[in-house]
Design a protein around this ligand. Structure first.
Ligand code: A2P
Length: 334
């Protein structure tokens, strides 16, 4: 009989945690026993898994005995606090936070991009930043064919990036504004309904945000391209749960839009949506609840006098490919 695993989901009630549980079920992951862990606030409530009610437990240091795989999405501080007890219990931690991503002995993995890195894990595997994962699913196959040199990215990131409270705030604020009621931003620094905020995560001394630097550093690590040049502006927009990105790409070798389309059509995890005459291009509403990253608006960069520049637009479900799905795919690779 095929091996089955005891799987824990830490942060099971959160925006990503809920999707992790659904993805384990939908992909028929061989789960022998599922442990749903959250804060004391949620202990005793239930969530459905394969038609059964599973009782949520308060996460403690003793929660990981007998666990094979622990999917973590309860925030970086919690991942740091529990790392040792998870590894000591013999479980493999697949962590969605940014806590360990840049550590030398922690592989950072998108299965379509760098599955080979799983071999050197030492008990912790990091799930990348959501915008980086969505970008690289589309960019890595182009890089393999043509050699990526430089990226100029602008992102359009959904409320779901701030968790369940971000999505709730977008809905509530929209209602308040339509009713002429006062608003009080909490999950975001400013009003998000009917506006946008060019600020995700905290600012660094060089004027970039941490989110923007994750795109650079995590791409270098996963593509094994320490010299990659990348600049990014990350923007929060009032979309619910899929992130979009405008990507200007420069390659070592010439690449035409037709070649790029053919490469992306053959790439796992990508659906090409690129028929401008029929008004078909990637959009967050269409990427929502899809496993694939949508890629389109593929065109030659006309600001150059060679054919080494390409513009593309991608949309991917932040909670799935950007988080829960990627984590479950890492578990599948294991
Ligand atoms: P809870 O719902 O009990 O607060 P999101 O990213 O959507 O905000 O979700 C965060 C997740 O992390 C939730 O599942 C939340 O559980 C969980 N969490 C927050 N604090 C703790 C904690 N101290 N111990 C365990 N889980 C926690």
């Amino acid at each position: 009989m095929a091996k089955e695993f005891t799987v824990a989901v830490a942060g099971a009630t959160g925006a990503v945690g809920v999707e992790m549980v659904k993805t384990l079920e939908k992909r028929n992951f061989p789960v022998k026993n599922l442990k749903l862990l959250a804060s004391a606030r949620s202990a005793g409530k239930t969530m459905k898994f394969k038609g059964e009610d599973v009782v949520i437990e308060e996460m403690t240091e003793n929660s990981f005995k007998g666990v094979d795989i622990a999917l973590f999405s309860a925030g970086g501080d919690i991942s740091k606090a529990y790392r040792k007890c998870v590894v000591d219990a013999g479980a493999v931690m697949i962590d969605n936070s940014s806590a360990f991503r840049m550590e030398d002995d922690v592989p950072l993995i998108v299965p379509e991009v760098n599955p080979e890195d799983i071999k050197w894990h030492k008990g912790v595997i990091a799930n990348p930043n959501c915008t980086t994962a969505i970008m690289l699913v589309a960019v890595a196959p182009l890089h393999r064919a043509k050699g990526l040199k430089r990226v100029v990215a602008s992102t359009y990131q959904a409320a779901s990036g701030a968790g369940a409270k971000g999505m709730a705030e977008l809905i509530e604020q929209t209602r308040q504004i339509l009713n002429g009621e006062p608003i009080e931003p909490k999950a975001f620094a400013h009003r998000i309904a009917f506006s946008l905020i060019p600020h995700i995560d905290s600012f660094m001394p060089n004027g970039y945000t941490k989110e923007e630097l994750k795109m650079l550093n995590e791409s270098r690590k996963m593509l094994h391209l320490p010299e990659l040049l990348l600049t990014c502006t990350s923007v929060r927009i009032p979309a619910m749960r899929a992130h979009s990105e405008s990507l200007n790409l420069e390659f070592e070798n010439e690449i035409t839009p037709e070649e790029a389309r053919a490469i992306l059509e053959a790439a796992p995890g990508v659906t090409v949506v690129d028929d401008p005459e029929k008004k078909l291009y990637p959009m967050p509403v269409d990427a929502t609840e899809k496993y694939d990253v949508l890629a389109g608006r593929i065109r030659q960069d006309i600001s150059r006098n060679d054919k080494r520049g390409l513009d593309i637009f991608v949309s991917g479900d932040q909670l799935l490919k950007g988080a829960a799905l990627n984590a479950v795919q890492i578990a599948e690779l294991l």
